[in-house]
Design a binder for this molecule. Structure first.
Ligand code: FE2
Length: 370
């Protein structure tokens, strides 16, 4: 507890972690089935006409500490322009705090655009204080302060019976969330998180620009002091071929969340289950594995299942990590999910970028976007 207080005291804002990620989607009922059956989330809460909300439906999904909310509009409101512009996409990276008022007041004073003033939402299960500010593109951050709430997700959500459709795969918590911003906009948004949120540039092994002929992106990571909230920010860079970030910006019609990385403590088991449940991952060339151990040194895992499942490995000065990336989780080549298992490493997989880009470029070529 003392450690937590100490760490929080280093921060400008009393933020704990990502509370949930809200995805606006065209058909939340069907998307919920996909995230339950393929990714293993359980349905824990529902909000819609049956609960007195007229203009939208939301499904709250949870797996350990990872919460996704899938929201679809029913009547014309602000969600519909978002959907027609971006397709299914992350709207809200909600952040858990002990003081919503302070977070809202401080960030707005420092230049954040207010979206919703602090207000209390409540139902029979208790109260939560929320407020919302804008970030890159049409993405927002809602501050979530639980007052005395003891319900399934947030006030207004009706709890649901035990989910017999969910097929859990061992996802534990959100590790990082990556934003793609437009050409030459990275510094502006890094500065936004530094100046407005009081975050620090996360000094890691990935820190230098990643602009080989394969990658064509610049990336800088910002985080809060405890490092429970980590946001890498990417911008496209000139490469030999069209940048994957550029493809995202084109099809997303502007900046937005590129991927959500979720941690597991047994990636071989998690990915075996996810593949069996129909999740598609990027293919990695066989050559990646032929000299893997020369590049990363000894690891605890057997090489064979890693190669079979196409799991990547990278090492930094703190340890190593295993990671894998899904193909986009919607028809537009936009949002995807990363699964990561950290074994000491604090970085984000720079050593894998070359192998990844070869794979991503192959996919881009299939889409005619290279
Ligand atoms: Fe990542």
């Amino acid at each position: 507890m003392q450690v937590e207080t100490h760490e929080l005291s280093q921060d400008v804002l009393p933020l704990r972690a990502v509370h949930h990620v809200e995805i606006y989607c065209g058909n939340a009922k069907q998307s919920a089935y996909f995230y339950r059956q393929a990714f293993g989330f359980s349905l824990v809460g529902y909000l819609g006409p049956e609960t007195g909300v007229r203009d939208r439906v939301s499904y709250a999904l949870q797996q350990d500490k990872v919460r996704f909310v899938l929201t679809t509009p029913l009547l014309d409101d602000g969600i519909i322009p978002f959907l027609s512009r971006h397709g299914d996409s992350v709207r809200d990276i909600a952040l858990e705090t002990s003081d919503t008022e302070l977070c809202f007041r401080t960030t707005v004073e420092r230049g954040a655009k207010p979206v919703a003033e602090p207000h209390v939402i409540e139902d029979a299960n208790g109260k939560v204080k929320v407020a919302t500010v804008a970030t890159y593109g049409d993405t927002v951050h809602t501050f979530v302060e639980r007052l005395d709430y003891a319900g399934p997700f947030l006030p207004g959500f009706q709890s649901t019976p035990e989910d017999t459709l969910a097929r859990p795969v061992g996802l534990k918590h959100i590790d990082h969330i990556v934003g793609n911003v437009d050409w030459n906009q990275m510094d502006q948004w890094v500065n936004f998180y530094v100046d407005v949120f009081g975050f620090s540039r996360f000094v890691s092994f990935d820190d230098n620009d990643i602009s080989t002929q394969y990658s064509a992106l610049h990336s800088t990571v910002v985080s809060n002091h405890s490092k429970w909230i980590k946001f890498p920010i990417n911008e496209p860079a000139k490469g030999l071929k069209r940048s994957q970030i550029e493809e995202y910006i084109t099809f997303h019609n502007g900046p937005g969340v590129q991927h959500v990385a979720i941690e597991t403590d047994d990636i071989v088991e998690t990915i075996s289950r996810m593949r069996a449940q129909g999740v598609e991952f990027l293919d990695i060339p066989e050559s990646y594995y032929s000299d893997l151990l020369d590049r990363v040194g000894p690891i605890d895992e057997d090489l064979e299942p890693l190669q079979k499942l196409n799991i990547l490995v990278d090492r930094d000065d703190k340890g190593y990590m295993l990671q894998i990336f899904t193909k986009p989780v919607e028809d537009r080549p936009t949002l995807f999910i990363e699964i990561i298992q950290r074994k000491g490493a604090e970085s984000f997989g720079k050593g894998n970028f070359k192998a990844l880009f070869v794979s991503i470029e192959r996919e881009q070529e299939r889409r005619g976007n290279l």
